[in-house]
Ligand binder design. Structure first.
Ligand code: M6R
Length: 365
């Protein structure tokens, strides 16, 4: 059942090209979203929807955060997001004009389920995004989009996370078009999303061996910080979550601009930094953040574009990603941070499939 892989986690990391294909089939064609399976959705979005609100936990929350930046980049649709365990004890600003996206791989997370119940009580239209057919959250929502990735056994979410992002981006593009926004860049991005399975094959193939070696220099640190900006931020949060879950390294994530507001005080030569450096206008900003970090003696691994020689020169280590648009960062960075966490856990002698204190679905509060 592990198809020759030593762990489910590694198998599921390498299944991502197929998982992405399955999540997108029938929903994205020639760069055009075609979300047709939820009957009443189009009518609701066109005639009633004034706001989108994401409710989710853990990795699913990170996927929702990537969707927030995506919607914000191509429209001015009001978009809010809250961790479900907070949402359910808040008084969230939602009503019958709100589309609530309840994102839950398992569809059984109790906090997200209670969020769904609260949202429905307030009259919202609740759309579940889940991987498990017939799960409680899917049944209690007004509609559901399934990820269709097949079961995920590893406690650390991997293939379902990237499938969530690909599906959420497609849904977001659909909402944006239904609302009448026209953006050429969005068409181009969606064509790139369609090519993701192929790109993932290339990334996995090119980085796997390098990461296996690279982790030897990082596995003994007790702390590690992940930094990024805008689309790089959910990528940083998710990278840090994977590392802490399975390697028990104290991995934390910040928006790089927040460093000087406190977290930089932590850094020294015992506290390496994983920096996500996109192309475009944020690149220069990230470079100056990296210089500040280097001045404290911290080692820096940069995730950077192949032709970004300037960043490569100032870092201790780097991992190449193909030159990509900023919105694609949460996707293309994921397999790299997943493999990085996986190899650290394995080289520390830990079992990444059975992290201590964690369960695959959190059905108690
Ligand atoms: O099944 P869900 O998506 O609702 O689960 C949410 C979180 O419990 C889950 O993503 C958790 O953070 C994972 N262990 C992450 O790897």
């Amino acid at each position: 059942e592990k198809s020759g892989y030593p762990h489910f986690m590694l198998k599921e990391i390498f299944e991502q090209p197929i998982a992405l294909e399955s999540a997108l089939v029938g929903r994205l064609k020639d760069g055009k979203p075609q979300i047709k399976e939820v009957q009443s959705l189009e009518n609701f979005v066109k005639n009633q929807m004034k706001k989108v609100y994401v409710v989710a936990c853990g990795t699913s929350y990170h996927a929702g955060l990537a969707a927030k930046y995506f919607v914000n980049r191509y429209s001015d649709i009001d978009f809010d997001i809250e961790v479900a365990s907070e949402f359910r004890y808040m008084n969230p600003a939602i009503d019958s004009n709100t589309l609530v996206l309840a994102i839950s791989q398992s569809g059984e997370t109790i906090d997200t389920l209670e969020g769904v119940r609260l949202a429905r009580k307030k009259g919202a239209y609740v759309l579940a995004i889940s991987n498990v057919v017939g799960s409680t959250i899917s049944r209690e929502s007004d509609g559901v989009l399934y990820l269709n990735t097949g079961p995920e056994i590893g406690v650390a979410a991997t293939k379902t996370y990237t499938a969530q992002i690909a599906l959420l981006y497609t849904l977001a593009a659909q909402l944006i078009y239904w609302k009448g926004y026209k953006k050429e860049e969005l068409d181009e991005i969606m064509r790139n999303i369609e090519k993701m399975p192929e790109l993932f094959r290339i990334i996995l193939d090119k980085t796997n061996g390098h990461l296996m070696e690279l982790v030897k220099e990082y596995k003994n640190f007790k702390d590690m910080m992940y930094v990024g900006r805008v689309f790089g931020f959910p990528a940083a949060l998710e990278g840090a979550l994977k590392l802490k879950e399975i390697s028990y390294i104290n991995a934390i994530a910040y928006q790089a601009g927040e460093l000087k507001h406190g977290p930089i005080a932590l850094l020294d030569d015992n506290f390496p930094v994983f920096a996500i450096v996109p192309l475009g206008k944020l690149r220069e900003k990230m470079i100056s953040n990296i210089m500040e970090v280097k001045a404290r003696g911290a080692k820096v691994i940069a995730l950077t574009s192949k032709d970004d020689l300037q960043t490569k020169k100032i870092c201790d280590d780097y991992i190449d990603v193909p030159s990509i648009f900023e919105p694609l960062i949460p996707l293309v960075v994921a397999p790299i941070t997943q493999l990085f966490a996986y190899y650290i856990a394995v080289q520390k002698g830990l079992d990444p499939d059975k992290p201590r204190n964690l369960a695959k679905s959190v059905t108690v509060e």
